[in-house]
Design a protein around this ligand. Structure first.
Ligand SMILES: *[C@@H]1O[C@H](CO)[C@@H](O)[C@H](O)[C@H]1NC(C)=O
Ligand SMILES: *[C@@H]1O[C@H](CO)[C@@H](O)[C@H](O)[C@H]1NC(C)=O
Ligand SMILES: *[C@@H]1O[C@H](CO)[C@@H](O)[C@H](O)[C@H]1NC(C)=O
Ligand SMILES: *[C@@H]1O[C@H](CO)[C@@H](O)[C@H](O)[C@H]1NC(C)=O
Ligand SMILES: *[C@@H]1O[C@H](CO)[C@@H](O)[C@H](O)[C@H]1NC(C)=O
Ligand SMILES: *[C@@H]1O[C@H](CO)[C@@H](O)[C@H](O)[C@H]1NC(C)=O
Ligand SMILES: *[C@@H]1O[C@H](CO)[C@@H](O)[C@H](O)[C@H]1NC(C)=O
Ligand SMILES: *[C@@H]1O[C@H](CO)[C@@H](O)[C@H](O)[C@H]1NC(C)=O
Ligand SMILES: *[C@@H]1O[C@H](CO)[C@@H](O)[C@H](O)[C@H]1NC(C)=O
Ligand SMILES: *[C@@H]1O[C@H](CO)[C@@H](O)[C@H](O)[C@H]1NC(C)=O
Ligand SMILES: *[C@@H]1O[C@H](CO)[C@@H](O)[C@H](O)[C@H]1NC(C)=O
Ligand SMILES: *[C@@H]1O[C@H](CO)[C@@H](O)[C@H](O)[C@H]1NC(C)=O
Length: 659
């Protein structure tokens, strides 16, 4: 892996007095109001993208030691776990495991949430490929998708899940669904007007096609992005901006269903969404890695930071603390907010956080030259600004003020710094966001790990851009580091040659079936590994493909649906998939409750569990055949658009091709 350069932060923010409350959507201001001219000006009223002071709650916010869950998460869990019972019952009953009365089992335990399965889902990084393959899997898990509760399908898993995590491209998926009121993938792709969210036909550098919620030309799009980022650096306080701010603003236009990409949308506002608040949706996480001061390389033992609707922070022993998400941006010192320091809100901008988790792609913004439709003069000006900001450390998200300044200074490498530097969550090699889901306090039983990584990238020996288990190996290795382990238990994972030789990179496989044989002490989750593979479309598009027309986009999603369902259980030797998925959900629960494992499940475990066998010899070249006939994406009206941005980006980022 090539080492990325180091952070240089951006502009001074001037100090002034203002106080404003940030509502969930103040992006609803009209585009004409906000973009009159090309001047720096605060938008009217509540402060959009800019952080601002707010009234402090009756208990002053502080940094919490990560010795357990937050009170908010614990309270929310009571609602959520209760609300997963019925969806679990429906899913397991529908799956109909031979010789097992799922309804009776659930009913017997329904008053005791800890006896019942606790499910998590994780979506890997890998740019739009990961977002779209992940979207197909998410659609398959979602009982709201038409047809998903028919025979051979697995809809309802999402409704039965407690947690859902995304990283980088997978974070775009998770972030977008929650930004849009927990909408469904189906609803999202049903909106096909120009300018609608997930309209990926225009690359992010061109900006959205004008229409629907977006009404900006490419020039106005850039004006808006730059203007809104200025409001942040100009806000009272010291909020250094980084390339990630621009990147996050641009992403928001594609992912957030609101005028101008909803500059006022915050991650903490998810707390107040009806579905989330009432425990009708799982709890979302986005993951990023910390870049320690003076360090260039992101090592496997770097701190993994999670963002959830309540908090940002880490259970890792290095940081081992959490800041309340809403008050991220307040000037904490030694874990407290000193008297005289005001409470600040709005730094937890949803687009900024999605951008943080995917900061590897920041540099896309630097490829501005490749775009038509922006006047040269503007291009020059923008390029100058971006270059100044991004010259070094262009893949960093700058969180100033560092909420963890002075906190756990014995083990926290950034404790002395005014800023916290976060980068793309996949840069430590753990491209599947498992860290929040393997924490003992969360007691997750099974993780569905959707892997859209590009682990093959030697075209002479194999097809490129398919996964091979590299990410699971990384998490396994990390959990065997006694320092980083810190109470987590994880399945044993073999080398990637074994993945390939045993076919575990091409169809789902289970890890950690034997609860008594995990790394670390105690009980950890089983991992259901679901690798991207071709069913009806070659969904191994490069990480740097920055635009997808609607037909391609939908083909990726349809393929992802088939990946997660094994073609709705019609793939040869995959007919048992819904049953076996049900058994994976139930495995830890059976164990906890001392229940006899049904024969049908024993058979599933024999078939899908990795049993410890190694096959580490060099595998034959991997050129997977499509499982079914390819869907047709060709169209007469299509025109070939050279992927200049993709080429430029790939060149800029060579060395990161595995993501
Ligand atoms: C914030 O930006 C200013 C101006 O570029 C710089 O002097 C300062 O060191 C930065 N602060 C941090 C914490 O990076
Ligand atoms: C709930 O189930 C767990 C796991 O089987 C068990 O240890 C615990 O005693 C049960 N609690 C109650 C109140 O029955
Ligand atoms: C969010 O979705 C829920 C249904 O899931 C709906 O009841 C609610 O009105 C929606 N809220 C907004 C602001 O659209
Ligand atoms: C976007 O918002 C519009 C209007 O509020 C709504 O009709 C549409 O369903 C939303 N799209 C998504 C993907 O949530
Ligand atoms: C943040 O707090 C530190 C320590 O209390 C103080 O030195 C610094 O000036 C504060 N920064 C701002 C912008 O208030
Ligand atoms: C284990 O983690 C510690 C703490 O982060 C780190 O310093 C050390 O290098 C790691 N050990 C290995 C073998 O990676
Ligand atoms: C995890 O790390 C923290 C901070 O170093 C430590 O206090 C705690 O005891 C550790 N927990 C376990 C289970 O090792
Ligand atoms: C995708 O995989 C197929 C074989 O499965 C291979 O022929 C093709 O070259 C790969 N495409 C890319 C973009 O890597
Ligand atoms: C599986 O079901 C989905 C959704 O109904 C459909 O799009 C897909 O084509 C089906 N797969 C197969 C192999 O029939
Ligand atoms: C373990 O798995 C390997 C590869 O799938 C298989 O060949 C072997 O028979 C299995 N061993 C046992 C004891 O089930
Ligand atoms: C645990 O699993 C690993 C990997 O399969 C194996 O090497 C080891 O022997 C097992 N240990 C026990 C006690 O079963
Ligand atoms: C969409 O892209 C595919 C190539 O990936 C191309 O064959 C097709 O013609 C395009 N369709 C449209 C409508 O542009």
């Amino acid at each position: 892996m090539k080492t990325p350069p180091i952070l240089v932060a951006s502009a001074f923010a001037c100090l002034a007095n203002s106080s404003a409350i940030l509502p969930r959507d103040n992006g609803a201001q009209s585009a004409t109001d906000a973009f009159e001219g090309w001047k720096r000006a605060s938008p009217q009223g509540p402060n959009g993208y800019a952080p601002a002071n707010v009234d402090c709650p009756s208990t002053r916010p502080s940094i919490r030691v990560a010795s357990g869950l937050s009170d908010e998460e614990s309270a929310w869990l009571e609602k959520r776990r209760a609300n997963t019972v019925q969806p679990l019952r429906e899913l397991l009953t529908r799956i109909n495991i031979r010789g097992f009365d799922a309804g009776q089992y659930i009913d017997r335990h329904r008053d005791n949430a800890t006896a019942l399965p606790n499910v998590g889902i994780a979506f890997s990084g890998g740019g739009y490929r990961a977002m779209l393959n992940g979207a197909g899997a998410l659609a398959a898990f979602d009982s709201r998708t038409p047809g998903s509760t028919g025979a051979g399908h697995i809809g309802g898993l999402l409704q039965a899940s407690t947690y859902i995590a995304g990283l980088s491209g997978g974070g775009w998926l998770v972030g977008s669904i929650y930004a849009n009121n927990f909408t469904s993938v189906q609803n999202t792709i049903d909106q096909n007007d120009d300018g609608d969210v997930w309209g990926l036909g225009n690359s992010i550098l061109q900006g959205p096609k004008t229409g629907s919620v977006q009404i900006l030309s490419t020039t106005d799009y850039y004006k808006h992005i730059f203007e809104s980022v200025s409001t942040k650096s100009d806000a009272p306080g010291v909020f250094n901006t980084s390339l990630t701010d621009y990147w996050g603003r641009a992403l928001s236009f594609q992912l957030i269903n609101a005028t101008d990409g909803g500059p006022g949308y915050t991650f903490s506002s998810i707390q107040d969404d009806d579905d989330f608040k009432n425990g009708n949706a799982p709890m979302p996480f986005l993951v990023a890695d910390e870049r320690y001061p003076g360090q260039r390389e992101i090592s496997l033992s770097t701190t993994n930071v999670e963002f959830n609707p309540f908090e940002m922070g880490s259970f890792d022993p290095t940081l081992y603390g959490f800041v309340p998400m809403k008050y991220l941006g307040s000037n904490f010192t030694d874990g407290e907010l000193p008297d005289g320091q005001s409470c600040t809100a709005g730094l937890d901008n949803l687009g900024f956080i999605m951008g943080t988790s995917s900061s590897l792609f920041n540099t896309a913004i630097l490829q501005l030259e490749t775009i038509d439709g922006v006047p040269d003069v503007l291009k020059k000006a923008l390029t100058n600004v971006l270059n100044t900001i991004g010259q070094q450390n262009n893949d960093v998200a700058d969180y100033t003020p560092n909420p963890f300044k002075g906190f756990h200074s014995g083990s926290n490498p950034s404790a002395a710094d005014d800023s916290l530097a976060l980068v793309d969550g996949g840069l430590d090699g753990q491209n599947i966001p498992l860290n929040p889901l393997i924490q003992p306090a969360r007691a997750v039983d099974v993780i569905f790990a959707i892997d859209s990584s590009a682990d093959f990238w030697a075209p002479t020996t194999s097809a490129e851009n398919w996964p091979n288990g590299t990410s699971l190996v990384a998490t396994y290795e990390r959990t065997t580091n006694e320092t980083m382990q810190n109470g987590t238990a994880f399945p044993y994972i073999p080398d990637t040659n074994t993945f390939i030789n045993l076919g575990m990179n091409n169809r789902p496989a289970f890890f950690g079936c034997d609860v008594k044989n995990l790394t670390g002490e105690g009980v950890g989750p089983m991992v259901v590994y679901v690798p991207n593979s071709p069913y009806v479309y070659n969904s191994n598009t490069t990480t740097f493909q920055m635009s997808y027309n609607t037909t391609e986009r939908n083909a990726m999603i349809q393929n992802g649906y088939n990946v997660a369902t094994q073609g709705n259980a019609t793939r040869a030797n995959g007919e048992d998939w819904p049953t076996c998925l049900g058994c994976a959900i139930l495995s830890r629960s059976f164990d906890r409750n001392g229940e006899t494992v049904p024969d049908a499940c024993q058979q599933c475990f024999t078939k899908y569990c990795w049993n410890g066998t190694l096959a580490s010899q060099t595998p034959p070249p991997y050129f997977p055949q499509m499982v079914f006939g390819a869907v047709n994406v060709k169209s007469d009206v299509g025109r070939f658009v050279p992927n200049l941005l993709g080429f430029a980006l790939a060149a800029a980022l060579s060395g990161y091709l595995m993501l």
